[in-house]
Write a protein that binds this ligand. Structure first.
Ligand SMILES: Nc1ncnc2c1ncn2[C@@H]1O[C@H](COP(=O)(O)OP(=O)(O)OP(=O)(O)O)[C@@H](O)[C@H]1O
Ligand SMILES: [Mg+2]
Length: 375
């Protein structure tokens, strides 16, 4: 969450409306007292300040003294009389952008995206936790299988606390995969944000046997799920970050707000596909969409599920089609996968020497190393 302050002598309704659409931003204060800004910013780890340049009478010294002093502060100035000269002076003083009034949505979006990316990136660097989202825009492709088994293998390999979160609200199936009857589900968590501290999370999230894997299940009733907002998901992810080393998110097959919130806030998104043309075309579209949203191309990687050596479409074909390296593959093994689901246990418990169990372990090793090398 990025705290935002507005410095102006009048109420900036349009600006506030635009900011309300941004889940990552929260307007903390509106003030016409520039002296108060120093004290407010001092208390914040990162912040964005909107400055009415006409009101401060183009006091560039004020802007540069703030940006010099607070490295994680971004300033967006705005004026009714924009000019190239003013733009140069504003940017030289260290502001991130100069907007013209009346505000243009496109100008606002460009400026806000720039500061958002910079600040969220910094926040991520400070946190030890890595968030991994498993996604596909097609149903039944193996998201839950990958997310569940990857989360367990990560916990086993690293021995660190791993959370598996089911964001698949309509047809959530993580609980079925693990044969669990959770006492606390996601609805409870997001409706009680004040309780979400490290101790509470580690103690209440269902633990899988004696491993360090903790499972946060899907809400049992659809009704509650509909009311969960992206903002609440963001709050939940923030809390999970403080308690776990890895958070693995299972998603539903669509680009809804909650899924996109997870993707935008993940260190790594694993896009699951299979070796057939319709699935690959979908993956292609999905990559295009994600790449427009995400700064670091490496933070989205493709996994081929149900892979068979003698498939008509080879890995090379897929790489050519997607113009991307395939991150990893999980072999097709219907029998082992089905017995695991039917018994409600991970595949390694059905047969740890099976090709799928080995593949999930290798995937976890690769992921645990890769996420720490990402920018
Ligand atoms: N590597 C595999 N080999 C064989 N079958 C698999 C493999 N991975 C998954 N399956 C099977 O595919 C089916 C769908 O898997 P899964 O539930 O993980 O998909 P999903 O993408 O989560 O589906 P949904 O969109 O419904 O959430 C399951 O019956 C599972 O057993
Ligand atoms: Mg699923």
């Amino acid at each position: 969450m990025i705290s935002t302050i507005i410095l102006s002598d009048k109420e900036e309704k349009v600006l506030k409306n635009y900011l309300e659409e941004q889940v990552e931003f929260r307007v903390l204060a509106e003030t016409d007292d520039s002296d108060k800004i120093y004290d407010a910013v001092k208390e914040l780890s990162s912040a964005v300040l909107f400055v009415n340049l006409d009101f401060i009478e183009e006091d560039f010294h004020f802007i540069s003294s703030l940006t010099d002093r607070y490295k994680d502060l971004r300033i967006i100035a705005y004026t009714q009389t924009p000019s190239v000269d003013l733009m140069i002076k504003t940017l030289r003083a260290g502001a991130s952008a100069l907007l013209s009034v009346p505000f243009l949505k496109s100008e606002f979006d460009t400026a806000i995206d720039k500061v958002k990316n910079e600040l969220l990136h910094k926040q991520k660097e400070k946190s030890k936790c890595r968030i991994i989202t498993v996604f596909s825009n097609k149903g039944g492709i193996g998201k839950t299988s990958v997310a569940s088994n990857l989360a367990l293998e990560l916990a086993k390999i690293t021995r660190e606390d791993v959370a598996l979160v089911d964001l698949n609200f309509q047809l959530g199936d993580v609980t079925t995969f693990w044969d669990l009857k959770p006492t606390f589900d996601l609805t409870y968590m997001v409706n009680n944000p004040e309780k979400l501290n490290k101790d509470f999370l580690l103690n209440t999230l269902e633990r899988y046997k004696n491993t360090s894997l903790h499972i946060l299940a899907d809400p049992p009733y659809f009704k509650g799920a509909d009311n969960i907002s992206s903002k609440q998901i963001l709050g939940l992810l923030g809390a999970l970050k403080s308690a776990f080393s890895y958070v693995v998110i299972d998603t539903s097959a669509g680009f809804d707000d909650k899924t996109m919130t997870a993707v935008r806030n993940s260190d790594l998104t694993l896009l699951v596909t299979v070796a057939n043309l319709p699935a690959l075309r979908n993956t292609q579209r999905c990559l295009e969409l994600f790449e427009a949203e995400i700064q670091d191309k490496d933070s989205v990687q493709v996994i081929v599920n149900r892979y068979m050596e003698n498939d008509e479409i080879t890995i090379e074909d897929m790489e050519k089609l997607l113009t991307r390296h395939i991150f990893d593959k999980v072999p097709n093994n219907y029998f082992t996968m089905m017995s695991a689901i039917n018994k409600g246990v991970p595949v390694s418990e059905i047969n740890k020497d099976s090709n799928v169990a080995k593949a999930y372990k290798a995937l976890a090793l690769r992921v645990s190393d890769f996420v720490y090398r990402l920018k």
